[in-house]
Design a binder for this molecule. Structure first.
Ligand code: 13P
Length: 346
């Protein structure tokens, strides 16, 4: 393992002014997104849609540091035969790959999940590296609420098992000269308040870093992708932008060692503008021990998906919508975003 090289890639992934495009929806998830815009989820449509994003060259080169791909996409060619991964590289953007294989029910923990995909991971990482991937992603999912038999979740069992798998994955990535994005996502579904999200996320992050240390993962060669501290979507007490920013930064300072080069948040179902406003407010609270940026899926893609709606005539409009969100989040990664900038562009 060449740690200096891993650290260089990790720092490039969190370059100020840039962030990560999470375009790694599994076939099931992209179908859900396409259903919402009434587009059939065929291999060609998925290719056309992602090609549209990757060919938004100006936005890609200015505001995007890395793209997380799904297995299908990393092997796919653009309509003219150019590998999609080449389009990404041509904009100076680093290609990455989602390597987890989704979730399964966790035995003896009703309603809780464990992320799977460690078997044969070393061999798969080797192939992805040869294809050009320089970072990877593994997402663990922790739900807050009640289990199917009425008990409070998450259990410490689910937190431990998922943290263990995240660290196993991260260690394998580094051995394969690939920077791991470590993503323990505490979901924002439910009616819990921001304090409950804070407490659960703190337990999850502490356990994750304990496992990373135990399994000798080099913190300088990874990127953390956490949720923010937010109230549940159905909470009667939604938190303000300032409260989310203040609590999230306090939480991260208490759990994330300064050796980690950067933190790239998931959007997790926040609205586009909320995700941008939260990131911006956090970066205004600096100086911080690590760089804070975005690794958004929905908050970067909802607008371009709607503008595109599966029609070749709408490609330019889709690219404009993507470029706008990428620019707004790029500004937020430096604490330079303001709500007026949204209106000006609209
Ligand atoms: P969202 O920003 O839509 O939460 O997606 C990010 C991601 O990669 C989830 O794993």
């Amino acid at each position: 393992m060449n740690l200096a090289e891993l650290n260089k890639v990790a720092l490039a992934m969190v370059t100020p002014g840039k962030g990560i495009l999470a375009a790694d929806e599994s076939t099931g998830t992209i179908k859900k997104r396409f259903d919402a815009i009434k587009v059939e989820s065929t291999e060609d449509n998925r290719r056309d849609y992602r090609e549209m994003l990757f060919r938004a060259t100006d936005a890609m080169s200015k505001y995007i540091s890395g793209v997380i791909l799904y297995d299908e996409t990393i092997w796919q060619n653009a309509k003219d035969g150019t590998p999609l991964i080449k389009l990404i590289e041509q904009s100076g953007v680093i290609p990455g790959i989602k390597v987890d294989e989704g979730t399964q029910a966790l035995p003896a923990c009703p309603g809780e999940l464990v992320t799977v995909g460690l078997d044969k991971l070393a061999e798969r990482l080797k192939k992805y590296y040869e294809r050009g991937a320089r970072f990877a992603k593994w997402r663990a999912v922790i739900d807050i609420g009640r289990s199917t038999d009425g008990r409070e979740i998450p259990t410490m069992t689910a937190i431990r098992v998922n943290a263990h798998a995240l660290a196993r994955y991260a260690a394998l990535c580094q051995a394969a000269q690939i920077v791991p994005i470590v993503e323990p996502e505490v979901l924002m579904d439910g009616d819990h308040d921001i304090e409950r999200c804070y407490d659960v996320t703190q337990r999850v992050l502490n356990q994750t870093f304990r496992e990373l240390r135990t399994q000798r993962v080099e913190l300088e060669g990874m990127v953390l992708k956490p949720n923010m501290a937010v109230a549940g979507k159905k909470s009667p007490r939604p938190a303000s932008v300032e409260e989310v920013a203040e609590k999230t930064v306090r939480l991260l300072k208490s759990c994330v060692p300064a050796a980690v080069p950067g933190i790239a948040f998931l959007s997790g179902g926040q609205s586009d503008e909320e995700a941008t406003a939260h990131l911006n407010a956090m970066n205004r609270l600096g100086p911080l021990p690590w760089r804070l940026t975005f690794s958004y899926g929905r908050a970067l893609q909802a607008a371009p998906q709607k503008a595109w709606s599966g029609k070749a005539d709408n490609v330019a409009a889709g690219q404009r919508a993507f470029a706008h969100r990428a620019r707004m989040n790029g500004l937020a990664s430096k604490g330079e975003w303001a709500a007026e900038l949204e209106k000006k562009a609209a």
